[in-house]
Design a protein around this ligand. Structure first.
Ligand code: AMP
Ligand code: GLY
Length: 421
């Protein structure tokens, strides 16, 4: 089979790497890809959000399957457009992807399905929001309804900060249309985990539990980012808890979406907080997480292509999703200035050979006159594998330390909670 992958980050490199191991995959086309995916297939320099160009590429290349990985093209309806053009595409329709693209809709789905989440209200004017905040009399979490490049959530520390965030979104239009409607929600505390599930519209089969690290700096300080590192599995989520989370969160969400006439096919991602009162959903994403995927796919024993095809044919089954018993840790290396103003064009020096049991997934990288250079916020993902978490983590850092570019940023405490356990 010839497979086309839409996207160009670390997640897409990991998907390309995993698919390239399938005995049924003959050729990969990645649009736009990065310097890492160029080693596995053919990159085509088309933006993931340029739907016309993506559809035209698929019509010209005639792949057997297109994997749409990032949130924006999913929300814009690339899967729908490809399907209408007679191209088989993996990922949710725009209607199903609204569980990520509209936080108000996600809350509505959770309310209907009885999925545990933070108390909330939805407002579309500052005055309405201010009344609610004053009545609550405590700081709240302010969330732009739409996609906002991961910046649309403000966890306020005070009532004044809550109102300031509300004002920025509803009066000053800080996030444009994405922030014209706002979810105000109760602030929760606890450990965050990611539980992703393969879905075929009806059946959901969970992946291993994983954990991202969203803040830029050690100790969960600094600004929010797309994610600075991840690991899997998470020992705190044992088999019983994972089954419970699947039954009480992922399955009811898939059932609700089907009942609403928008069945979900692809990967549904629940961002959860394990609070003292029990697990609560913070968000749903309609796709593989980044960087969770870079830790998860190396642990997947099964053929990812078979899973994707089964999910398109409503034939998903737990036996199709088998895992290695190992652990994986992914450390993200980010560019100078990330997340605000990442600098591009810094020369990257890689070790001649990768240390044992490590993988290197590219994200924002490019080749300029043969030289590997930085070309985005998150640049590379150093992944370590091992029979124990500690070994996997040591290997990830052994690789991360041997990669050099000016202004390299990384966290040194990825998986510190798991290590303490
Ligand atoms: P989201 O995009 O909704 O996952 O929000 C981004 C980050 O904001 C999450 O990973 C959490 O760290 C934080 N967050 C979101 N909702 C809440 C909440 N209700 N209480 C506390 N923190 C939250
Ligand atoms: N790792 C967070 C996300 O993919 O949204």
């Amino acid at each position: 089979m010839k497979i086309m992958i839409v996207g160009g980050g670390g997640r897409e490199h990991a998907i390309a790497w995993k698919l390239s191991q399938s005995p049924r995959v003959r050729e990969l086309v990645i649009a736009p890809g990065n310097a890492g995916t160029a080693q596995l297939g053919r990159n085509v320099a088309i933006k993931a959000t340029d739907l016309d160009a993506q559809v035209a590429l698929a019509q010209a290349e005639r792949p057997d399957l297109v994997v749409v990985a990032p949130d924006d093209p999913l929300a814009l309806g690339l899967v729908d457009r490809l399907t209408a053009a007679g191209v088989r595409a993996w990922g949710p329709s725009a209607a199903a992807a609204r569980i990520e693209a509209s936080k108000a809709l996600a809350k509505e789905v959770m309310r209907r399905a009885g999925i545990p989440t933070a108390d909330y209200t939805v407002v579309d004017s500052y005055e309405q929001g201010e009344r609610y905040v004053r009545a609550q009399g405590r700081p709240l979490v302010v969330k732009a309804d739409g996609l906002a490049l991961g910046k649309g959530v403000i966890v306020a520390e005070t009532v004044d900060e809550t109102l300031a965030a509300l004002r920025r979104m509803l009066r000053e239009g800080a996030f444009g249309a994405a922030g014209a409607r706002v979810v105000l929600e109760e602030r929760l505390s606890g450990e965050e985990i990611s539980l992703l599930g393969f879905c075929d519209g009806r059946t959901v089969v969970p992946l291993l539990p994983s954990q991202d690290h969203k803040r830029l700096l050690d100790g969960d300080r600094g600004p929010n980012t797309g994610g600075m590192g991840a690991y899997a599995p998470v020992s705190r989520v044992d088999r019983r808890l994972a089954e419970q989370l699947t039954a009480t969160i992922l399955q009811p969400a898939v059932d609700a979406l089907r009942e609403m006439g928008t069945p979900f096919v692809g990967v549904l991602y629940a961002g959860l907080m394990l609070t003292a009162e029990g697990p609560r959903v913070l968000e749903f994403n309609a796709r593989f997480g980044d960087p969770e995927t870079q830790a998860l796919l190396p642990l997947l024993e099964s053929d990812l292509l078979e899973i994707m095809l089964a999910s398109l044919e409503a034939g998903l089954h737990p036996d199709l999703v088998r895992w290695h018993a190992d652990a994986a840790v992914c450390v993200v290396l980010a560019a100078q200035g990330y997340p605000e103003q990442p600098r591009r064009g810094d020369a990257i020096a890689l070790p001649e050979a990768l240390p044992e049991q490590t993988l290197l997934f590219h994200a924002g990288t490019a080749r300029q006159n043969g030289q590997l250079v930085t070309a985005g916020g998150r640049v590379l993902n150093a992944v370590g594998l091992g029979e124990t978490f500690a070994t996997a983590r040591a290997r990830a850092y052994a690789l991360a330390e041997r990669i050099h570019f000016a202004g390299k940023q990384m966290r040194y405490d990825i998986g510190a909670r798991e290590l303490a356990r």
